[in-house]
Write a protein that binds this ligand. Sequence first.
Ligand code: ATP
Length: 199
Amino acid sequence: MLRVGITGGIGSGKTTVCQIFETMGINVYYADDRAKYLITHDSELKNEIVKVFGEKAYLHDGTYNRKYIAEKVFNDESLLQKLNAMVHPAVFKDAELWHREHANDPYTLREAALLFESGSYLSLDRILFVYCPKDIRLKRVMDRDEVTAEEVQKRMAKQWNDDKKRRLSDDIIYNDGSQSLIRQAVRLHEQYLAMGIAH
Ligand code: ATP
């Protein structure tokens, strides 16, 4: 089975592109959604988080105290690194199990905003980069999340720049309005199917 990773800057359209692949029957692992799930459901990970952040990391009903953790890591870069060093391996393990469950698929997609930053690209066969210029991304995320330009820029600053990601990727989808998204996805789908069979 061919493992394809899909990444791109915040608001570039990764989820939108993945949804097109899903309509063609392809299974997608959404790393960010799974990370959120694991943080509240994986007891090993929860214990590690409590060890570093204390009991306040979770509310009485067991839900993750996102606000508290966000405030902590916002003021301390080393704490953010510690949090990532706990969450990324848990997601990696979970994704490996998921891939095993889908071993008979011709190919799968693994979507992650921090595919390169987390190092998970190393276990994938091919990387697809979704490109969209910064100014369009900024506007789309502001509309989608109802946040200010400043907040989006802050999130953007935490990610590697597009040039670096592009250089490390094998394929690209342009989501800047210059080409049809569906046509580009269908072309890559056919390519991945052929590669999956040969793999
Ligand atoms: P994030 O990094 O925040 O997870 P993402 O890369 O998954 O974002 P999407 O959520 O797919 O990006 O897209 C961001 C926003 O832009 C969404 O509201 C989506 O509906 C919109 N969008 C994506 N592509 C297009 C497009 N071609 N035309 C118009 N709107 C679009």
